[in-house]
Ligand binder design. Structure first.
Ligand SMILES: *Cc1c(COP(=O)(O)O)cnc(C)c1O
Length: 420
């Protein structure tokens, strides 16, 4: 179930006009859908005191989208300096921001500590000695190694570069407690696009067991656990959505059990990106060429600079052709392609679609997370604009398309020369 019926109802009647007004290609995001998902998430975890979603900024780093998250009371999960700056520009600071860097630089630390700070989530025990000062509140990212199996996108934890190993985790908190930290959190991130909710329940169980152990070892108390992101969305029509209601029910039960055993309970944090915005965006592109050789190709005016997932992961994104319902339109098996000189620049491979003519509008779905954000400039391809369909039905341009001037901006500078 890619694009929801509600999103279709809000967008499709005006889509031809929107495309004519702004020009194609563009990603367009559905404000009402994002609010719906946010409200559902909050309601599901309301029984846990201090539940907090920190939107993973990398999924859709646009200030107008982040403002929606802020309005819902969510914080931000950042992993680079520009992401920190984006969040702070919205007036969000301090413990509403988690900084989960890896391969961290001194400059990263400097910015993390400045401008109202953030919750620091350290990726390694060796980083303790590099801290510019000792924060009162500290979190570590845990890597369970062989204790857990990862999923396809994130991979096997043993091979993952992230996090503190099991053997080092107690020592990491011991050191920080000795140095003066008094407040503690524990984080992990093991899954990506996981549709099986049990995996995320097991991650929660693992973290609760771990803090119980560390609390006993070190006589400290944990303020929160952060189960990371990774909640999946169904990209294919035949896939079932993640069972959020059952997932939250089981996690709430784990928290209740923890409370009765330990007399206190941590807060629950998560940092979903894809789940929050993924289904609420589509890439709208126009067919410009068709080509019939060994296969039939539909060339569109977007390319993988707008959406990397199909080329990078072989990911499926559902495609509809505006005004042509495959149920009552002749179909044909085609590859939908961009213009990059890379044969992986395909939005769909051997896909049965309604017969497409030049100027038809294609709706490539579920591009609201890790879509525009992942785009790149290889082959000097420029990234498209982003639009926001507001709840009142108006449409705003929230990022313009890149221009040639943007492309040349990094080439216009005073040459710096080293001479011997
Ligand atoms: C990418 C990332 C997320 C968000 O992942 P989703 O799959 O979009 O939910 C959250 N936390 C960290 C540390 C990440 O790297």
């Amino acid at each position: 179930m890619p694009m929801s019926d509600d999103f279709k109802k809000r967008l499709l009647p005006d889509l031809a006009d929107i495309a004519a007004h702004f020009g194609t290609p563009f990603h367009i995001y559905d404000e009402a859908g994002i609010f719906d998902t946010g409200r559902t998430l909050k309601k599901a975890f309301a029984p846990i005191d201090g539940f907090m979603e920190y939107f993973a900024v990398k999924a859709l780093p646009n200030p107008d989208i982040m403002a929606i998250m802020n309005e819902m009371g969510f914080g931000f999960d950042c992993s680079s300096i520009p992401e920190l700056v984006l969040s702070r520009r919205l007036g969000v600071t301090g413990e509403k921001i988690i900084f989960t860097s890896n391969n961290t630089t001194d400059e990263d630390f400097k910015v993390a500590f400045s401008d109202g700070g953030c919750i620091l989530n350290l990726d390694d025990i060796s980083l303790i000695s590099r801290l510019p000062s000792i924060p009162d509140l500290i979190c570590f990212r845990y890597n369970p190694g062989p204790r857990r199996t990862g999923n396809d996108i994130i991979g096997n934890p043993v091979e993952a570069k992230y996090g503190v190993s099991h053997d080092q985790i107690v020592e990491a908190y011991r050191k920080m407690a000795e140095l003066g930290s008094t407040r503690f959190g524990l984080h992990t991130m093991l899954a990506s696009n996981e549709l099986n909710y049990s995996y995320i329940v097991e991650t929660t169980r693992m973290l609760l067991e771990l803090i119980q152990w560390i609390e006993k070892e070190l006589h400290i108390k944990f303020e929160f656990i952060n189960i990371g992101g990774g909640m999946g969305i169904p990209y294919r029509p035949e896939e079932a959505p993640l069972d959020l209601a059952q997932m939250s029910k089981e996690i709430i039960a784990l928290f209740a059990a923890f409370r009765s055993e330990n007399g206190h309970v941590p807060k629950l944090f998560m940092e979903s990106g894809r789940y929050m915005t993924g289904p609420h965006g589509v890439l709208v592109t126009r067919a410009i060429n068709r080509k019939d050789i060994y296969r039939n190709y539909i060339g569109v005016d977007a390319c993988m600079s707008a959406l990397m997932r199909p080329g990078m992961y072989g990911a499926y994104h559902h495609i509809d052709v505006l005004g042509k319902d495959p149920a009552n339109w002749p179909t044909q098996k085609v590859d939908v392609v961009g213009s990059l000189c890379e044969n992986i620049d395909k939005f769909a491979v051997q896909r049965e679609l309604p017969e497409i003519e030049a100027d038809d509008i294609l709706i490539i779905q579920d591009t609201g997370a890790h879509g525009h954000a992942m785009g790149f400039n290889y082959n000097a391809k420029l990234r498209p604009q982003e639009l926001l369909l507001r709840q009142d039905g108006s449409v705003e341009r929230i990022r313009r398309e890149e221009t040639m001037a943007d492309y040349f901006a990094t080439l216009n500078f005073e040459k710096k020369v080293f001479c011997k």
